[in-house]
Design a protein around this ligand. Structure first.
Ligand SMILES: NC(=O)c1ccc[n+]([C@@H]2O[C@H](COP(=O)([O-])OP(=O)(O)OC[C@H]3O[C@@H](n4cnc5c(N)ncnc54)[C@H](O)[C@@H]3O)[C@@H](O)[C@H]2O)c1
Length: 288
């Protein structure tokens, strides 16, 4: 049982499901005192029942788009545990989808409210509490690979996640003087109710077209990255974002087809001379 005066105090938004839930459990395993907020009170209650440790896990019903709610969530950590050391701004939704020429402005705004405004409010109120306490702190924002690229169809989500990455960089500059670090994690495809809820089998079947790494991401994999960003080993990281995506972004335009077992770069090794007039060399690849 950790000493409650020295145990770290962490706050997680969207902690009742998926990546947030896995991070709550990870922080508890590290000995933290945790407060989580969520809109889904039934899922929150299930987590409280599972952990059954009210001295170390508290829940505050929270809508991250509502400033009073976010202030109350951070206030609960300060009142209940004395301060806040770590804030994980994680709550998210898919939001507006479909062709952008058909997208309703209200749906665009709501997507940005949850993803953009929610991260801003979480950062604002956590940083205020950290500055008032004077001991510094760490903020981690959950962005997405969608924030570093495109794809269409989820334009509002992608643009809002890009805003989270840029916000993180700007906030890091302002908050450094207070010894508050702030970074973002950019998950790729992760097995959570948010993405797997509708057609898990189809997503599993298409996995090889999404990323080169053979396994689908798990919520625990992202919680591990958040734990690193929240912990002492990342003490010199601030204002940056970490891709945790099974190589999805590294794959990029897939110009060489290295992940296709029938692709030419898997069958031959050699050297191409471009348009020099010299002949390329190549030999078949031996099985290893
Ligand atoms: N699963 C993925 O593949 C993936 C990939 C990249 C980024 N992300 C991001 O990770 C974060 C968590 O997603 P997840 O996959 O764990 O989804 P999830 O649906 O399993 O969990 C999200 C949680 O956020 C809560 N939430 C939603 N809107 C809220 C609001 N306004 N106020 C408070 N709580 C709210 C939900 O109730 C839910 O409990 C999101 O920001 C998401 O965009 C997920």
């Amino acid at each position: 049982m950790p000493d409650q005066r020295t145990a770290r105090v962490t706050v997680v938004t969207g902690g009742a499901s998926g990546i947030g839930r896995a991070t709550v459990l990870r922080f508890l395993a590290e000995g933290d005192q945790v407060v989580f907020g969520d809109l889904n009170e039934a899922n929150a209650q299930a987590l409280l029942d599972e952990v059954a440790d009210p001295a170390r896990l508290r829940f505050v019903p929270t809508d991250v788009t509502d400033e009073a709610d976010v202030a109350a969530l951070v206030g609960d950590a300060v009142d209940g545990f004395g301060r806040i050391d770590v804030m994980f701004n994680n709550a998210g939704i898919g939001g507006a989808f479909g062709p952008l020429v058909e997208t309703e402005a209200a749906d665009w705004d709501r997507t940005f409210a949850v993803i953009g405004r929610g991260v801003f409010l979480g950062t604002k109120h956590a940083a205020r509490a950290m500055i008032a306490h004077g001991g510094g702190g760490v903020i981690v924002n959950n962005a997405s690979v969608a924030g570093v690229g495109g794809g269409g169809g989820l334009t509002a989500y992608s643009a809002a996640k890009a805003a989270v990455i840029n916000f993180t960089a700007n906030a890091a500059v302002e908050l450094a003087a207070h010894r508050i670090r702030i970074n973002a994690v950019c998950p790729g495809l992760v097995n959570t109710p948010l993405v797997m809820g509708r057609d898990a089998a189809a997503i599993e079947a298409q996995l090889a077209t999404f990323q080169p790494w053979p396994d689908l991401g798990r919520p625990e994999d992202i919680a591990g990255v958040v734990a690193f960003l929240a912990g002492p080993d990342s003490v010199f990281l601030t204002g940056t974002h970490v891709l945790a995506d099974g190589g999805m972004v590294a794959w990029g335009p897939r110009m060489t087809g290295t992940s296709d077992p029938r692709g030419r770069t898997r069958q031959y090794v050699g050297f191409t001379e471009g348009t020099t007039g010299r002949r390329p060399t190549r030999r078949p690849v031996h099985d290893i």
